[in-house]
Structure formats: structure tokens, C-alpha cells
Design a protein around this ligand. Structure first.
Ligand SMILES: Nc1ncnc2c1ncn2[C@@H]1O[C@H](COP(=O)(O)OP(=O)(O)OP(=O)(O)O)[C@@H](O)[C@H]1O
Length: 300
């Protein structure tokens, strides 16, 4: 469990995180989303005791991170995959961490195998690709076999096979009852991985919502009929938003498929197709964050 309560962080005049509260529960993967600069990393750093909040609190398993005894056994984190000793081998890096955190040496070989770094474990980290560095960062996070995991952009730099592997790993960790908070910019990846979403925009909380609810809220219905104008008018009278698709079908928003069918029946209009259309996470996300994007392409 991760608890963030009234969390606020100011950097001089910039408000990086603005009175944000949410709880990350165990047993599910919680996706942490938001445009660039929306405060995700700052929030994670506050949870990990790396950044001191201006106001509010962040706790892990009910206590501030600094109060945890042997934190690596309780919380695993991937925040900056490049932040490790470049002259060391991956194995030596993990061994040093295991020793300083009183973790068993056999755990090093376990996590090396788990993240698929067996072939390069004795090579220097300096020569690692971003994908290999990410895998090593994930190995560090898993070293203490922790109950809580915070991973900032873990699929950054990974190839499709690596991305699939991370997805399976996160699912497995959540299924074991662990708390998993993971940030990503890849909407399609989040859609396949996360059960729950916490969304930030300009440092504020925009949504704390189950993935299925968010997608359901933005779902629509496709309907075809030989008497389209009549059906469109009846649906609008029922309060639906109606638009014409390129192929001549109607796109109906604000009513579920059963309600659309009932409106058609009551209007005496034949229906030739009636299908629910699930929103993509990308569309739902853009709608949520539309006004809160701080850095747009082409804008300084
Ligand atoms: N050490 C710092 N000093 C000054 N400003 C900072 C510092 N760290 C972050 N910020 C600012 O705080 C805001 C939030 O940044 P943060 O890195 O938390 O966002 P983010 O959502 O993780 O972004 P990204 O997706 O780009 O990593 C940004 O405007 C950033 O410029």
C-alpha cells in the first residue's frame, strides 16, 4: 500500500505537485499517467524519501519511507536506470547492494535470471544498452523481494519482447498480492497492463479510476439503420450525442447499447447493426488531460 495525502512540492516558483491525494492498493497494477512535467517522478521521489515534500505526506506500508527497517525488503524502485556504478559488472553491482542491505547472496543470481541478464551479468554496466540498463534497474527493484514496487517508465528503451516481458512480470507481481505503481507514456502498453489508473495533469490529480470504468465512461455505440435521420433525431431527443461515421453508421455517445436499441424500437426504426465501441485508453486519456498538457510538440 502506498498513501499520498495532500502532497505538495514547490521548486522555487514552480508547483511540481499540487495537493495530490491517492492510495495505491495491493493486488493490482496501478498505472501512473500524465503529460511530461505533470509531477509523476516528483511524486514517486517523495514516496521514496528522495525529495522532501513542501506539504502533505507520502507513506509506504503506512509509514514514511525513511522509517522502514531495511527498505529494500519492503519497497523496490526503479527511478533512474542510469544511476549506477558504470565501472562495475551487473553482478558486482547487485552483490554490493545485497551486502549493504543484508540480503542473501543467492538472491543476486535469482534476479539476474528473472530479468534475463544471465548472459551479460559479468560485463561492465558502462557498455549496457538502455534496455539492458532497464532490466538491471528492475533487478535492483526486485532484489529485496519487496511487497511494494514503484517503477518509473520501466519499458523505456525495451524492445517489443522486453515490453511483453515487463507486462507479464508486473501482472505476476500484482497477482502475488504486491502493490505495483508503474508510470509509462505508452498508452497501448498501459491499457494492456494496468487495472487501475492515477492520472496527473500540471501537478494535480485528474483521475483515480479503475481502467474498466474509465474505458466504459468513454465508450460509444455504433448503429446502422435504413432510416438514419429518424433514428438520429430520436436518439438526440433521448439526450444522446450523435455523429455520422464515414461509412454511414451513426456514432452514439451518452447511451449504452440497450438504451439505443430501446430508443430505436420506440421510434419504430429498423436497426441493421448495433455494436458497443470501447474507447481506447489513448482517447480517454487525451480527453482527461487535454487542457493540462504543459509541454506540447512545437511549444517551448
Ligand atoms: N529538481 C527540480 N528542480 C526544479 N524543478 C523541478 C525539479 N524536478 C522537477 N521539476 C519540475 O517539476 C515539474 C514536474 O516534474 P516531474 O519530473 O515530476 O514530472 P513528470 O510527470 O515525471 O514528467 P516526465 O513524464 O517528463 O518525466 C516539472 O515542471 C519539472 O520541470
Amino acid at each position: 500500500m502506498i498513501g499520498v495525502d495532500g502532497l505538495t512540492k514547490h521548486y522555487r516558483t514552480r508547483v511540481a505537485v499540487d495537493d495530490v491525494s491517492f492510495t495505491v492498493h495491493p493486488g493490482r497494477v496501478t498505472g501512473f499517467l500524465g503529460p511530461n512535467g505533470s509531477g509523476k517522478t516528483t511524486t514517486m521521489r517523495c514516496v521514496l524519501g528522495l525529495t522532501r515534500p513542501t506539504a502533505g505526506t507520502a507513506t509506504v506500508l503506512g509509514v514514511p519511507y525513511r522509517d522502514l527497517d531495511v527498505p529494500m525488503r519492503r519497497v523496490g524502485a526503479l527511478v533512474d536506470p542510469r544511476a549506477r556504478h558504470p565501472g562495475r559488472t551487473a553482478h558486482a553491482h547487485l552483490t554490493a547492494l545485497a551486502q549493504s542491505n543484508r540480503l542473501p547472496a543467492y538472491r543476486v543470481d535469482e534476479v539476474v535470471d528473472l530479468v534475463g541478464l544471465g548472459a551479460v551479468a559479468h560485463e561492465r554496466v558502462r557498455g549496457f544498452s538502455l534496455g539492458m540498463a532497464q532490466r538491471l534497474g528492475i533487478a535492483v527493484a526486485l532484489l529485496g523481494d519487496p511487497e511494494v514496487l514503484l517503477l518509473d517508465e520501466p519499458v523505456n528503451g525495451l524492445d517489443p519482447e522486453g515490453i511483453r516481458w515487463v507486462r507479464g512480470l508486473l501482472r505476476g507481481l500484482a497477482d502475488e498480492g504486491r502493490t505495483v505503481l508503474v508510470s509509462s507514456h505508452l498508452m497501448s502498453e498501459m491499457e494492456d497492463t494496468a487495472d487501475h489508473l492515477v492520472v496527473l495533469g500540471r501537478g494535480r490529480l485528474l483521475a483515480d479510476v479503475a481502467m474498466a470504468d474509465l474505458l466504459g465512461r468513454h465508450a460509444s455505440v455504433r448503429v446502422r439503420s435504413p432510416r438514419l435521420p429518424l433514428l438520429g433525431a430520436a436518439l438526440q431527443r433521448a439526450g444522446a450525442g450523435v455523429s455520422l461515421e464515414a461509412d454511414g453508421a451513426l456514432r452514439v455517445e451518452g447511451l449504452d447499447p440497450a438504451a439505443v436499441g430501446d430508443v430505436a424500437f420506440a421510434a419504430g426504426v429498423p436497426v441493421h447493426e448495433l455494436s458497443p465501441v470501447l474507447a481506447s485508453l489513448e482517447a480517454a486519456y487525451l480527453e482527461l488531460t487535454g487542457d493540462d498538457v504543459e509541454y506540447r510538440a512545437g511549444v517551448a
